[in-house]
Write a protein that binds this ligand. Structure first.
Ligand SMILES: Nc1nc2c(c(=O)[nH]1)N[C@H]1C(S)=C(S)[C@@H](COP(=O)(O)OP(=O)(O)OC[C@H]3O[C@@H](n4cnc5c(=O)[nH]c(N)nc54)[C@H](O)[C@@H]3O)O[C@H]1N2
Ligand SMILES: Nc1nc2c(c(=O)[nH]1)N[C@H]1C(S)=C(S)[C@@H](COP(=O)(O)OP(=O)(O)OC[C@H]3O[C@@H](n4cnc5c(=O)[nH]c(N)nc54)[C@H](O)[C@@H]3O)O[C@H]1N2
Ligand code: SF4
Ligand code: SF4
Ligand SMILES: [Mo]
Length: 862
């Protein structure tokens, strides 16, 4: 047997598959200088600073992209290569072309005078966000960097991810926030506080101010990358508008008070209302933006001290349909797959999700997987960035998912190319589904959805081609009156193709807020306590009582929309809203505001004077994501450690501490001193999922639940050895048109959702330079509709639904089809949710944000 070895500077090294000379040298601790090399990218060898000599070869080789082969003898430090490298560097520095600095982008700065045209940024922008903003023009000593129209980054396709900054070896591309003069006093590893991807971040700060944030190479989710929000949108943290003291209402005004007064006042008010009107008059919303520890304690306070299950969280208005559907079909209300399945997938279906904007780090991974050859199917009424790249996009009408997905199921079953063995061994309900599908025809479905029947058949063919699929979904399935059925219909396809519980496949709903998964896990739900255990089950209540001292009540409480409806009728008297701006984000705004006005006690715990806080009787200033200790759980069930990187402004405090102190003031016997103490109790209440989770184990990379014991490594993927509920369940579902789809008087289907630069109600991103990138909520309209209505680009129009009316500026867009409109809800002035009605999914109670019948009225010319 010939030995698989090579020699570096005379030292024998065993060959490892795929290794380059550079990686082998680094393994041995041999230093080879590099410039354009970036561990996140495929090596491109342009800068030639890593030249080495290979015995027998005439010319030196770039170590970063030359594979190490058996028998190779490499000299990394010979006089010849050392001199060559010096000359290469001197030449490159001499070859820079001074030119005007590009300061057009709020976050990045490009100085051509420091650019050596090594191409590292070209590779980074191609291989990470996939935006291809940069190119090297000219050849040899004339080569130079070009980017965007007129070399203005702000006018380019740049999404502000900062990958090029990290790749640039010379400082030609820099972060503008790094130019701040304040010295870095603390560097902290934590987790991004925006979306449910859960990228790990390194935060550099003074004692009380965040200076800059970057990704962490080797972090399991982000692999060193971030998006514009996670990396740059941190100026809100030191905004002068942060809440710094508890504020108590005195008539029309707020008066600053100390924490002691705020807490004793609140404890007394809660106790009084409880005494006067009973536990049913009180309710709470735990924040899906805050820590697990804060959510857990708030639900415990309301269940145990106040005796009500009236507790909910933002998961209700977001992915509650997904959770309900996955519970019904698989037994677990969470993703079956993990983000690492993206790179292993042969087929990816993205349904009702726009990940390159809403989950950019994951979106980029999907985009790159598709470029490398994974088959990509996009099911979305809008032409999203991923749709542009897809093998097929089914551009269905909003609200018609169930019709479309059952049509695909019918075509798939007809073709016979389903995974018979998987269906037989692992699932149940196939016959019921088959019977229901007899009434479904591809032609009818195509007509209902407005898609080409041949394209629908083509999707069935791609699904039936043999590879299991990764089914990525978002709010375009969940936030509809048929939200649960939409996700069930997708899960049916996943089971027909044998995808759930397989590597590179399964269900991957992209969870929304940084801790929306966790807030539901913690039991901020009216029907389930911590760990998805139903309150109606006596055994669950007994087990809870063993830890809590007393049992939660047996009847499920109210959901968030039920709470505001009850408040508007005077049936709910007190609401504690922790980090949820329902006045802006909940549907049917008129009723929400009526409810908030009628409450006898509204407590808002937030970092800013949100729209909801304006109605409050007491406002508690909250530390933000970068200012508190605890954990967040991301969309792949990964519990990660969050660490305070700076102190909170003024008297602002971590949410969990404030909840604890109110409970103590009300006589509870709560001994938690740290967030870790709280997590230790979570592990005892929900041992099946969190039993093995404790802070000591979360230092690097976190743990994915189910993690039942301290020696359990966590579970990247679920249902691999069989479904949590025993067998996967195929459920027949039939399309029922929403009342919002009656177009007689409201001829447009309005969808609402989000864009890259802003985050939900905008309290944070509006207080960053992102506001200059996206200053208003645009109403996206097709050119055909605009022409027919006689509306010009950027003209402000009135949008009227059955429920309310608003004004918004039109942006003529190729992303929406004729008859469809899209509007964001990021700016409070827009009042998008005046338009959205009270319709919800009957099972999950998730609002129908994704389909609103509207008409457009041109404003009279003045
Ligand atoms: N930049 C940014 N990122 C965010 C957020 C943010 O506000 N800004 N918010 C976070 C939160 S809370 C969440 S929940 C996620 C949401 O993430 P996504 O679910 O990806 O976001 P949305 O834009 O609400 O809607 C997704 C897609 O659904 C499509 N859609 C609308 N109606 C239908 C339909 O009937 N059928 C189908 N198949 N598709 C439809 C829309 O065209 C849109 O492309 O994003 C998170 N990340
Ligand atoms: N029309 C329409 N409406 C929608 C949607 C839609 O697609 N269309 N999407 C819905 C969805 S999916 C969601 S998730 C909701 C989101 O709606 P919200 O939850 O209301 O919005 P967020 O902006 O995520 O944050 C809520 C509040 O939390 C505060 N906050 C941030 N961090 C912390 C913290 O650490 N502690 C505390 N106490 N507060 C904090 C913020 O300042 C903000 O006021 O909106 C829903 N509304
Ligand atoms: S910030 Fe990201 S998208 Fe923009 S140019 Fe750099 S790599 Fe490309
Ligand atoms: S993808 Fe999500 S978690 Fe990652 S940096 Fe962006 S907002 Fe933060
Ligand atoms: Mo969400």
């Amino acid at each position: 047997m010939t030995e698989e070895r090579a020699y570096l500077d005379g030292r024998a090294v065993a060959i490892e598959a795929g290794e380059t000379i550079l990686s082998a040298a680094r393994r041995l601790g041999i230093e080879i200088p590099t410039l354009c090399f970036d561990a996140r990218l495929a090596p491109h060898g342009t800068c030639r600073v890593c030249l080495v000599e290979v015995a027998g070869a005439e010319r030196p080789h770039a170590a970063c992209h030359t594979p190490l082969l058996a028998g190779m003898r490499v000299h990394t430090q010979s006089a010849r290569v050392v001199e060559l490298r010096d000359r290469v560097r001197a030449l490159q520095l001499g070859a820079t072309r001074p030119g005007p600095v590009d300061d057009s982008h709020p976050y990045l700065r490009i100085d051509p005078g420091a650019c050596i045209a090594c191409g590292a940024c070209v590779a980074a922008c191609d291989q990470i966000p996939g935006r291809s903003v940069y190119a090297i023009a000219g050849r040899g000593s004339h080569s130079h960097l070009v980017h965007g129209p007129g070399d203005q980054l702000a006018a380019s396709r740049c999404v502000g991810c900062g990958a090029c900054v990290d790749a640039c070896p010379t400082g030609a591309i820099t972060d503008r926030d790094r130019a701040c003069a304040a010295p870095v006093e603390r560097t902290t590893r934590s987790v991004c506080g925006y979306c449910g991807v859960g990228c790990e971040v390194e935060v550099r700060a003074t004692a009380d101010r965040v200076l800059s944030i970057s990704g962490i190479l080797g972090a399991p989710v982000s692999r060193g990358n971030l998006c514009i929000k996670g990396r740059y949108a941190h100026a809100y943290q030191s905004s002068a508008e942060r809440l710094t003291e508890p504020l108590l209402r005195r008539g029309a005004d707020f008066e600053p008070v100390g924490w002691d007064e705020a807490i004793s006042w609140l404890g007394e008010r809660l106790a009084t209302i409880h005494r006067e009107s009973g536990p049913g008059a009180l309710a709470a919303l735990a924040s899906s933006r805050s820590t697990n520890e804060a959510c857990y304690l708030l639900q415990k306070l309301f269940r145990v001290q106040l005796g009500t299950n009236n507790i909910d969280c933002c998961a209700r208005v977001c992915h509650s349909s997904t959770a309900a559907a996955l519970r019904i079909t698989t037994g677990t209300a969470a993703a079956s797959a993990c983000f690492d399945d993206i790179e292993r997938a042969g087929l990816i279906v993205v349904a009702g999700a726009n990940p390159t904007e809403a989950h950019p780090v994951v979106g980029a991974r999907i985009l790159q997987a598709a470029r490398r050859g994974a088959v990509l199917v996009v099911i979305d009424p809008r032409r999203t960035e991923l749709a542009e790249l897809a093998d097929v996009q089914l551009q269905l009408r909003a609200g018609t998912n169930v019709a479309l997905l059952t049509g695909i199921a019918r075509a798939l079953l007809d073709s016979g190319r389903v995974d018979q063995e998987y269906l037989r061994d692992r699932t149940e309900g196939l016959e019921d589904l088959r019977v229901m599908l007899q009434d479904v025809s591809v032609a009818d479905v195509a007509a209902i959805c407005g898609v080409d029947p041949a394209e629908l058949e083509r999707v069935a063919t791609l699904l039936g081609a043999g590879a299991p699929g990764l089914f990525v979904s978002g709010l375009g399935l969940s936030e509809l009156s048929q939200g649960v059925d939409s996700v069930i219909a997708l899960a049916n396809l996943a089971m027909l193709t044998g995808s759930i519980g397989r590597v590179g496949a399964g269900m991957l709903p992209l969870r929304g807020q940084n801790n929306v998964q966790g807030s539901a896990d913690m039991g901020a739900m009216p029907d389930m306590i911590t760990g998805y255990q139903p309150v109606t089950d006596p055994a669950v209540r007994d087990r809870a009582a063993a830890v809590w001292g007393s049992a939660p009540p047996a009847t499920p409480g109210m959901t968030v929309t039920e709470m505001t409806a009850a408040a508007s009728r005077g049936e709910l008297r007190a609401l504690w809203a922790q980090g949820e701006d329902l006045a802006q984000s909940d549907p049917y705004q008129e009723r929400v505001l009526a409810g908030l006005r009628r409450l006898d006690l509204l407590v808002v715990q937030d970092s800013f004077m949100s729209e909801t806080a304006r109605f409050a009787h007491l406002v508690l200033p909250a530390a933000g994501a970068l200012e508190q200790d605890g954990t967040f759980t991301n969309g792949e069930r990964r519990v990660q450690r969050v660490r305070a990187a700076v102190s909170a402004p003024g008297q602002a405090r971590p949410d969990w501490e404030a909840v604890r102190d109110v409970a103590l003031a009300m006589g509870a016997d709560w001994g938690y001193e740290t967030a870790a103490d709280v997590m230790d109790e979570v592990a005892r209440v929900a041992p099946q999922l969190y039993g093995g989770v404790c802070f000591d184990r979360l230092d690097v990379g976190g743990l994915q639940w189910p993690c039942p014991t301290l020696d359990h490594p966590g579970s990247p993927r679920m249902h691999e050895g069989g479904f949590a509920r025993g067998r996967g369940r195929l459920v027949p579902v039939a399309y029922i048109p929403s009342p919002e789809a009656d177009l007689a008087e409201h001829p447009y289907r309005l969808m609402t959702g989000r864009v890259l630069d802003h985050y939900n109600v905008g309290t944070m991103t509006r207080r960053t330079p992102n506001q200059t990138l996206a200053p208003v909520d645009w109403l996206e309209m097709s050119a055909a509709d605009a022409a027919r209505e006689g509306i010009g680009d950027r003209e402000t129009v009135t949008v009227q639904s059955r429920w309310g009316s608003i004004e918004a500026p039109v942006r003529i867009s190729e992303r929406v089809a004729e008859g469809s409109l899209f509007l964001t809800f990021h700016q409070p002035e827009t009042h998008t949710n005046r338009l959205v009605g009270p319709g919800v999914d009957p099972t999950s109670k998730c609002p129908e944000y994704k389909l609103v019948g509207v008409r457009i009225i041109r404003r009279p010319a003045v």
